[in-house]
Design a protein around this ligand. Structure first.
Ligand code: CA2
Length: 149
């Protein structure tokens, strides 16, 4: 069984409480429960974490090395700003799948840039909360084909 970290960044703790037209009505607790259930069905042991702090997200990525086989990451707005998160991902050499609830490419120009994408295995966006399950599917397939070193 592979262990996977589902990591959510700033403001995602507000999911389901505001802007449902953009981010849907599913709460973060519901997303995390769905990830645990879908992960278990795939044979993945899922740990979920959310922080509004860039440094805490970086610490979580560093701590994942040797503990988790891969990461599903919605870095929120840090996606578009954080070279530090990009460097952290590159440094741990773990497969990371970038997730966004909304289609960032169909929104404001500043959301079209992702500092995560160049160091991620791939990006899933625009499918709402289902995107996390799609990311777990992709990570399971990747880990089965390329087991962790
Ligand atoms: O679409 C996504 O998942 C985003 O990562 C969400 C971020 C946004 O800055 C990215 O461009 C795309 C924002 C998360 C804020 O979440 C909220 C949820 C409910 C109410 C208010 C904010």
């Amino acid at each position: 069984m592979f262990s996977v970290l589902v990591l959510n960044g700033p403001n995602l703790n507000l999911l389901g409480t505001r802007q449902p037209e953009v981010y849907g009505s599913t709460t973060l607790a519901m997303v995390e429960r769905a990830c645990a259930a879908h992960g278990a069905a795939l044979g993945l042991d899922v740990t979920c974490l959310q922080s509004n702090h860039e440094g805490a997200l970086i610490d979580a990525i560093h701590a994942a090395k040797g503990v988790h086989a891969g990461i599903v990451l919605n870095a929120g707005a840090y996606t578009h700003t954080s070279i530090a998160l990009m460097d952290a991902i590159a440094s741990v050499e773990l497969p990371v799948i970038e997730v966004h609830l909304s289609n960032i490419h169909a929104r404001e120009a500043f959301r079209h840039t992702s500092y995560i994408a160049p160091v991620a295995l791939g990006q899933i966006c625009g499918f709402g909360a289902q995107g996390y399950n799609l990311a777990l599917d992709a990570l399971k397939k990747h880990l089965s084909e390329v087991p962790p070193a």
